[in-house]
Ligand binder design. Structure first.
Ligand code: HEM
Length: 316
């Protein structure tokens, strides 16, 4: 039997030797390690056991598991969206092609989230939901930090300011002042007394510093800034940014609103939402009027923000 090494293999070993030598490492020891190590398994690679140990319902109602898992799935998609935004924002030599390809991914993720929201709307027994929800007070999806980070990394913070104060803050304020007035902070504050809900207080305590830092970090490299700096002539990118804006600020919020309507609507007096918002007035996109890229919409489109999608939703 020919005992000589396949020349291609020998070439690979030489390359490996060079790679390890650069770092002052001895290839032979690493080959020993390879000899003794186990083969990788699927379950270890994706940490399946850990993943499946992360659902800890607070009640005995079986449908609570669906609620937890679907929130986790959503957070994983949010994480992928942030991952793509970060790659666009910190690319060393951003090209139109890279920007476009990453926008397509972001849009795909948001489409998945919009379409899959039916898991929430029709996937749980209302009677169970209304009971286990009470055991989760005052936690709320309102406290999703990744959702807020997606907003902050996508646009200038002025576009996230509460719509009543946006004009006034436009000219004279800095990011710190704008972050004080973000729409969701105003939304969970009692107008008359200025008192913040507990849901908001706890959320801010944990994350406000991060939001301010992220606002500064993305001040000159959020998606809107990057588009404007170099790619504002790209019709395709414009189209993708509009699609993303619609998904993030109209279509997903409407799918979400539908679930709130389905579970909470019937006795609005009795069934309080956890964030303490008057959610019927707070959640609809046509009241929030949050657009990441207002410059890409006509006056009429802005005026009717959320309306076309609502009409479509009511027809279905
Ligand atoms: C049956 C399912 C759901 C219902 C009934 C529901 C209900 C609500 C309500 C009433 C609010 C307003 C804040 C409050 O008063 O608590 C809210 C906010 C929010 N929820 Fe949900 N939610 C559901 C599922 C989800 C899921 C799966 C997510 C995914 C992370 C989520 C994320 C959010 C976010 C990000 C907000 C803040 C929206 C904004 O500030 O515009 N929710 N939800």
């Amino acid at each position: 039997m020919d005992k000589s090494l396949d020349p291609a293999l020998l070439e690979q070993v030489k390359k490996l030797q060079q790679k390890y030598a650069v770092m002052g490492q001895d290839l032979s020891s690493y080959l020993d390690g390879l000899l003794y190590s186990d083969y990788l398994t699927y379950w270890d690679y994706i940490h399946l056991d850990t993943l499946l140990s992360l659902q800890n319902p607070k009640t005995q109602f079986p449908d609570e598991k669906i609620f937890i898992v679907y929130h986790q799935i959503t957070e994983l998609y949010f994480n992928l969206i942030l991952w793509e935004i970060e790659q666009i924002a910190f690319h060393e030599a951003l090209t139109e092609k890279f920007f476009q390809e990453r926008m397509v991914r972001i849009i795909t993720y948001f489409q998945q989230l919009e379409n899959s929201f039916s898991v929430m709307i029709h996937g749980m027994e209302r009677e169970q939901f209304l009971k286990f929800r009470m055991s989760l007070l005052p936690a709320s999806g309102f406290q999703s930090a990744q959702y807020r980070l997606i907003e902050i990394c996508s646009t200038d913070t002025i576009n996230l300011v509460n719509v009543q104060e946006r004009e006034a803050l436009k000219e004279y304020s800095d990011i710190g002042q704008q972050i004080e007035k973000l729409y969701w902070r105003s939304g969970a504050t009692e107008l008359a007394s200025g008192k913040k809900t507990l849901t908001l207080q706890q959320f801010e305590e944990k994350y406000l510093k991060l939001f301010k830092e992220t606002g500064m970090k993305y001040r000159d490299r959020n998606l809107w800034k990057l588009f404007n700096a170099k790619f504002s002539q790209s019709e395709l990118l414009k189209k993708y940014l509009r699609e993303f804006d619609q998904l993030a600020n109209v279509l997903w919020p409407l799918a979400h609103l539908k679930s709130a309507g389905h579970y909470l609507q019937r006795n609005p007096e009795d069934i309080k939402a956890t964030g303490g918002t008057n959610w019927q007035k707070y959640l609809p996109p046509r009241f929030q009027k949050i657009m990441f890229f207002p410059e890409l919409w006509s006056e009429q489109e802005k005026e009717e923000w959320g309306k076309v999608a609502i009409d479509r939703m009511l027809k279905n």
